[in-house]
Write a protein that binds this ligand. Structure first.
Ligand code: TYD
Ligand code: MG
Length: 451
């Protein structure tokens, strides 16, 4: 007789079931059942006079976290100054963005450490081929294990503990006690829990690679973000060479740092001066372009808003957007017509967020408005300026959230001036070496940018 190891629990109301069911009989939610381990809870003996007690905060010892540094500066910086021993780092990103490559290069840089690379996706042979492509040197201290059973892996680690562990990817790992398939919420969560335990018990840093997936059978890395110490996101368009590494969460450092890499034939190369990268993709001197500082979730990103305004050749003028809400454009055009007297009724207006990103926050309004006017007048905007601000129906520039992050990002990428809502100036303590220009109304911005 097989023993029951797992149960299914509704993530919405906690209702339990021995089998997976689609609709919760208790709360009527769909697809909320996730497999969980049945824990044998032995009542903990409470001994009288136990030595466990709470500590006053001023008696807590602070021991500096021990860190391993790699010679990849961009990577160390994002982690907050190197790899903390015993920490669990989740590296998320789209398939093909270069996560495995980054991890292999990291391993190559950790010359004095034994790195165990656990691969559930590629065979040891494929890894060898990649290593050759990357001109991998430290072969002795790089151990490959093509295995997906986490319990077997735990045993291997127990026998010969390495210095650093890389798991590629967490979505291929499984624990045999569970009947659901690798990649399901239950499996991903339980495998992560076991790896986390290993990391803490043995003070071994563990990197978990996680594929970002669209809704589907495979659980995305989001569900384990709260279980790990650091969450890194590796981003980049597949068809472009540049990759950005960001910390979304970091218990051992700030989350404002970014690392920029370029993917070449010989692997990832650090880009020491990211501002050049971003500027290089832009069309200098062309009209209709403004750089805006947007915040996606908690992450600031600088993007180029492009507008094209041309006389309408057929009856109804066209309004078209890519990466941006269509209605927002309609509203901004109405404000420009009413408050600035800029008549666009005879013009087609196309607005595009360059690079395939989508922005839905109003802080990019100002950039959209200035790009439209820039294109209409066919006058270009200084490429060293970033514009941020929400536009109200009266034509006023309203405050935006997280202004510090936007200013910091603009400064980090080497921009010289940032136009921002005047009311936001109050809350800003540091300018990080960038000139801050407070704006009250759209007209002020137009005057500064387009004369
Ligand atoms: P990979 O690290 O396998 O991506 P992930 O693990 O995130 O799925 O790398 C993916 C792409 O990178 C692949 O299309 C080939 C390319 N690549 C290079 O351009 N140069 C290189 O040196 C390597 C190793 C890969
Ligand atoms: Mg991979």
């Amino acid at each position: 007789m097989s023993k029951i190891h797992s149960k299914y629990v509704c993530q919405s109301c906690g209702c339990e079931s021995p089998r997976w069911i689609g609709k919760c009989p208790n709360c009527s939610e769909w697809n909320t059942f996730v497999e969980e381990l049945v824990q044998k809870v032995s009542a903990r003996k409470i001994v009288k006079g136990t030595s466990i007690k709470a500590t006053p905060l001023n008696e807590v010892d602070i021991i500096e976290d021990q860190r391993l540094t790699t010679s990849i500066d961009e990577f160390d910086r994002v982690l907050g100054g190197g790899i903390v021993l015993g920490s669990v780092v989740l590296l998320g990103g789209d398939p093909g963005v270069g996560k495995s490559t980054l991890m292999m290069q990291l391993a190559a840089e950790l010359k004095n450490s034994v790195v165990l690379y656990i691969s559930g996706e590629e065979s040891a042979k494929q890894i060898k081929l990649r290593a050759e492509r990357l001109n991998f040197k430290s072969v002795d201290s790089f151990l490959v294990l093509a295995e997906t059973n986490v319990d077997v892996i735990a045993e291997v680690i127990e026998r010969t503990p390495p210095d650093v562990i890389i798991v590629d990817s967490i979505q291929t790992m499984f624990r045999p006690q569970f009947e659901s398939s690798p990649g399901s919420v239950g499996q991903v969560r339980e495998s992560t829990a076991l790896f986390t335990r290993i990391a803490k018990d043995k003070s071994i840093p563990i990197f978990l690679i996680g594929h970002v997936t669209k809704e589907g059978v495979i659980a995305g890395p989001k569900i384990i973000e709260h279980m790990v110490d650091t969450v890194l996101q590796f981003e980049g368009e597949r068809h472009y060479a540049y990759r950005i590494l960001r910390a979304i969460k970091n218990r051992f450092g700030s989350t404002n740092e970014i690392g920029v890499f370029e993917m070449r034939d010989t692997g990832l190369h650090e880009v020491k001066n990211p501002s050049e990268v971003f500027l290089s993709e832009r069309s200098f001197g062309a009209s209709g372009s403004t750089v805006v500082a947007s915040v996606e979730g908690t992450r600031p990103i600088l993007i180029e808003v492009q507008a094209l305004v041309t006389p309408t050749s057929y009856g109804v003028p066209q309004r078209n957007t890519t990466g941006l809400d269509y209605r927002r454009l309609g509203l901004l055009i109405a404000v420009l017509e009413k408050r600035l007297g800029i008549m666009l009724g005879q013009y087609d207006v196309f607005v595009n967020i360059a690079g395939g990103v989508r922005v839905d926050e109003p802080a990019v309004d100002l950039g959209i408005a200035t790009s439209i006017i820039s294109s209409l007048r066919d006058r270009s905007i200084d490429s060293q300026i970033v514009a941020v601000g929400e536009i109200g129906l009266g034509g006023e520039v309203r405050t935006v959230s997280q202004i510090e992050k936007r200013v910091q990002e603009a400064a980090k990428l080497g921009f010289q001036r940032i136009l921002l809502p005047k009311n936001n100036l109050k809350g800003l303590l540091r300018s990080n070496g960038i000139e801050l220009v407070g704006i009250e109304r759209i007209e002020d911005a137009v005057k500064i940018l387009l004369g």
